[in-house]
Ligand binder design. Sequence first.
Ligand code: AQP
Length: 334
Amino acid sequence: MDTPGKKRVLSGIQPSGELCISNYIGALKNWISLQDEYECVYLIVDLHSLTVDQVPAELRQRCYSYVAQYLACGIDPEKSLIVVQSHVPEHTELTWVLNTITYMGELNRMTQFKDKSKKQKNINLGLYTYPVLMASDILLYQADLVPVGADQKQHLELSRDLAIRFNGKYSPTFTIPEPFIPKQGARIMSLQDPESKMSKSDKNPNNYISLLDAPNVIMKKFKRAVTDSETEIKYDENRKGLHNLINIYSAYTGKTSDQIEDMYVGKMYSDFKVDLADIVIDALKPIQEEYNKIYNDKGYLDQLLKEGAEKARYQARKTLDKVYRKVGFIKRAR
Ligand code: AQP
């Protein structure tokens, strides 16, 4: 950490389900491309995942699986830090301070909270204050840039507001983070319900494609994806199912929607869906092969996380000490 002249990027994913192609398109794909130019910190935000009910043993395994998937997708530990959020206690410490400058009105407006409150019975305080913990993740590392899918834009706005508020109330302390939202396929929708976003914690696995889904499963899910009763392949926002599938196609091939429309003139939905499934299957194959090599080497994964946490804590402590000094706490003798 602290490479002179390099801006810092921070992002994270909560281990709340199987990593999906939406997480890849909205987050991981960009993370990989940013590694050379920026100093990157990529988190597995396990504290966030407790806002949804978890089975403890599964959560632990999933965190290891995420580390292996980050690596298999192309996050290079020589270039970027991979850090488990709960290994750096400063995240929760800073959250408390930020809680005291966050207005309830701001949290009441958060669409993710509204959406999740409709979907789950356990509407807990953590779910409500989730955006404050996310702000703490970002501000703790003085991140310049935060790559997020369009779904997280509102949370990032709050992080910026809190940084500006704290800096104004005390004195300049936090870097004001900028969003980095990919132009292509920013918001991927559910395969069975294209009105809702594709989410890894969805109870129905037919709604998403997991990065570890077997080829036959991927094919089946795409074939069953909801479209409409039209026949032409057209990129039309009102035809939500097809619109979403074209976005996925575009994200994986780099082709524009116009090019895709041209390629499928006179062809049927079924042709398009099979091609799309094949594209995604081919893209996931090398990731899955690499994953299978790494996942069982827990010694390697533990060592990597130990090094990540040590380096991350150095920066985190530096920021937190500053914050504690600014708000008027007595410096702890060490
Ligand atoms: N549908 C999506 N389209 C594009 N990007 C998406 N991301 C998530 N869903 C989509 C991006 O993936 C990262 C995951 O962040 P997260 O796990 O902290 O939270 P999330 O946005 O709540 O992700 P999920 O998949 O919807 O998880 P659950 O089901 O647990 O809530 C973020 O960068 C996000 O933008």
